[in-house]
Design a protein around this ligand. Sequence first.
Ligand SMILES: *[C@@H]1O[C@H](CO)[C@@H](O)[C@H](O)[C@H]1NC(C)=O
Ligand SMILES: *[C@@H]1O[C@H](CO)[C@@H](O)[C@H](O)[C@H]1NC(C)=O
Ligand SMILES: *[C@@H]1O[C@H](CO)[C@@H](O)[C@H](O)[C@H]1NC(C)=O
Ligand SMILES: *[C@@H]1O[C@H](CO)[C@@H](O)[C@H](O)[C@H]1NC(C)=O
Ligand SMILES: *[C@@H]1O[C@H](CO)[C@@H](O)[C@H](O)[C@H]1NC(C)=O
Ligand SMILES: *[C@@H]1O[C@H](CO)[C@@H](O)[C@H](O)[C@H]1NC(C)=O
Ligand SMILES: *[C@@H]1O[C@H](CO)[C@@H](O)[C@H](O)[C@H]1NC(C)=O
Ligand SMILES: *[C@@H]1O[C@H](CO)[C@@H](O)[C@H](O)[C@H]1NC(C)=O
Ligand SMILES: *[C@@H]1O[C@H](CO)[C@@H](O)[C@H](O)[C@H]1NC(C)=O
Ligand SMILES: *[C@@H]1O[C@H](CO)[C@@H](O)[C@H](O)[C@H]1NC(C)=O
Ligand SMILES: *[C@@H]1O[C@H](CO)[C@@H](O)[C@H](O)[C@H]1NC(C)=O
Length: 478
Amino acid sequence: MAMNIALLQFFLSFVSFYFIISNGVCSFEQKNIFKVEMLQRKHQFGSKSCILPESRKEKGAIILEMKDRGYCSKRKINWNRKLQKQLVLDNLRVHSMQNRIRSKVSNHSLEQSSEIQIPLASGINLETLNYIVTMGLGNQNTTVIIDTGSDLTWVQCDPCMSCYNQQGPVFNPSNSSSYKSLLCNSSTCQNLQSATGNTEACEFNNPSSCNYSVNYGDGSFTDGELGVEHLSFGGISVSNFVFGCGRNNKGLFGGVSGLMGLGRSNLSLISQTNTTFGGVFSYCLPTTDNGASGSLVIGNGTSAYKNLTPIAYTKMVSNPQLSNFYILNLTGIDIGGVALQDTSFGNGGILIDSGTIITRLAPSLYNALKAEFLKQFTGYPVAPGISILDTCFNLTGVEEVSVPNLSMHFEDNVELNVDETGILYMTKDNSQVCLALASLSDENDMAIIGNYQQRNQRVIYDAKQSIIGFAREECSFI
Ligand SMILES: *[C@@H]1O[C@H](CO)[C@@H](O)[C@H](O)[C@H]1NC(C)=O
Ligand SMILES: *[C@@H]1O[C@H](CO)[C@@H](O)[C@H](O)[C@H]1NC(C)=O
Ligand SMILES: *[C@@H]1O[C@H](CO)[C@@H](O)[C@H](O)[C@H]1NC(C)=O
Ligand SMILES: *[C@@H]1O[C@H](CO)[C@@H](O)[C@H](O)[C@H]1NC(C)=O
Ligand SMILES: *[C@@H]1O[C@H](CO)[C@@H](O)[C@H](O)[C@H]1NC(C)=O
Ligand SMILES: *[C@@H]1O[C@H](CO)[C@@H](O)[C@H](O)[C@H]1NC(C)=O
Ligand SMILES: *[C@@H]1O[C@H](CO)[C@@H](O)[C@H](O)[C@H]1NC(C)=O
Ligand SMILES: *[C@@H]1O[C@H](CO)[C@@H](O)[C@H](O)[C@H]1NC(C)=O
Ligand SMILES: *[C@@H]1O[C@H](CO)[C@@H](O)[C@H](O)[C@H]1NC(C)=O
Ligand SMILES: *[C@@H]1O[C@H](CO)[C@@H](O)[C@H](O)[C@H]1NC(C)=O
Ligand SMILES: *[C@@H]1O[C@H](CO)[C@@H](O)[C@H](O)[C@H]1NC(C)=O
């Protein structure tokens, strides 16, 4: 064992955090024994190279490499600040999602929403979105952040009225012979008008451009016109893809060209490409430390997945008012093999999102989970909470911790075993850890499965059959 530790310490200075975690965990019944140092962030600098995420075609599937969007940053990362800021922003995203959900579900705005119908990301905070991929638009490659919580795909467009700084050239429609601007008088624009919030200006006899406008909750926005273009991944091209050509954009999009909307509405990339890719996509989200890469597979790539357990599918809950979200039927939660008792199981539904970090549960369920966790995670000094995380420990001087397993159950007997790296969140000074789940502020808010608890899983979204699949996978593009 001493030998192993020495070897691991040796490796720590050379290989990514992700590799170490997946190799440094010993299983013990329903608990995982962690070396505390393995939770710590060892990499203080961004990576030196700025190689764009790649893509390839394999066994009929399109596999896009996913990277952390900080991949190109040469700045020294202050983890204490970064992690705490992330929690604050995560909370903003969840608040704006809850507002959006409330306004759709409540009586009052139901009348409104039948007119406005904005299945866009209005109100969603974008800064927490971490995962980026490269897609081809016309003859140009663009790098975008992915979001299952919104629908419109857009990129910054030249000539720009106002663009934020991005890596690489801005998409220029006039350099592409396949680009066509959508006009107000087209039926596509008419159909999408409800989706773009542009209800007044664009009239059927108006030959002007089909403008769109999206405002995000953090003050970021994109305005421009809708266009159609060839979309391509790994050598497969889809024509007449409708996207936003953003002429006036503001936001902290981390130097990327724009956003890929993977929501459930008919404007989303996955709906628009459904004849080619069957309305199916999946991802494996890596830890966000430098060097880790994951994959986004467009289409039914069952044979290309590297899943370690069989895929288990659960039905999506249908909720006409929230038809652009992916919602599951949560039927139970186990902590270290102990099943929590809660009356909410099987009732409402839990939303699954790629852009929310920390899983949020109704206060009563969160409190039950916390109580059971505290019963099992004993003997460590308690530390003050940080932001939304209220169950924290000071692990100064502790070498090894024993962390109970966490698993979520869904309808159709589907179990999601949360990865070892998704249970504790390292915060201050590399010695304070917190339980990586949080409470919603209201019992009636919509619960959300965040990306921290989806790491190292193949998560399959089959919009056509309205099912979601889970299987364990060690994420990597290669
Ligand atoms: C607990 O986690 C370990 C390591 O991931 C795993 O081997 C074991 O099967 C898990 N136990 C349960 C009950 O899920
Ligand atoms: C809508 O309003 C009616 C009457 O005000 C009420 O009875 C009903 O429960 C409300 N429905 C919802 C979903 O709030
Ligand atoms: C875009 O990316 C593809 C795949 O990586 C590459 O083959 C192609 O040359 C790139 N095109 C441009 C214009 O950079
Ligand atoms: C696009 O066209 C502009 C002029 O219209 C030119 O300056 C620019 O270099 C072109 N970009 C690419 C990537 O071809
Ligand atoms: C998209 O959905 C809206 C409302 O649900 C519908 O009116 C419209 O026809 C649909 N557009 C397309 C292209 O299917
Ligand atoms: C779309 O935006 C352009 C540029 O801002 C503007 O000239 C045009 O009138 C707008 N069209 C409509 C229908 O609002
Ligand atoms: C829309 O307007 C353009 C320019 O006036 C015209 O060429 C085109 O035929 C019109 N399309 C439809 C569907 O009316
Ligand atoms: C693709 O999506 C459109 C719009 O949502 C829908 O009308 C159509 O039936 C779908 N096609 C397939 C093959 O699923
Ligand atoms: C995906 O492929 C698997 C195995 O090839 C098949 O069982 C499943 O039905 C497919 N799903 C879709 C949506 O085509
Ligand atoms: C969730 O699943 C349970 C168990 O199968 C079922 O009784 C319940 O009706 C489901 N709830 C919803 C909202 O579909
Ligand atoms: C954690 O404990 C160590 C020593 O046990 C102490 O020095 C340190 O101040 C504590 N940190 C916090 C955040 O409480």
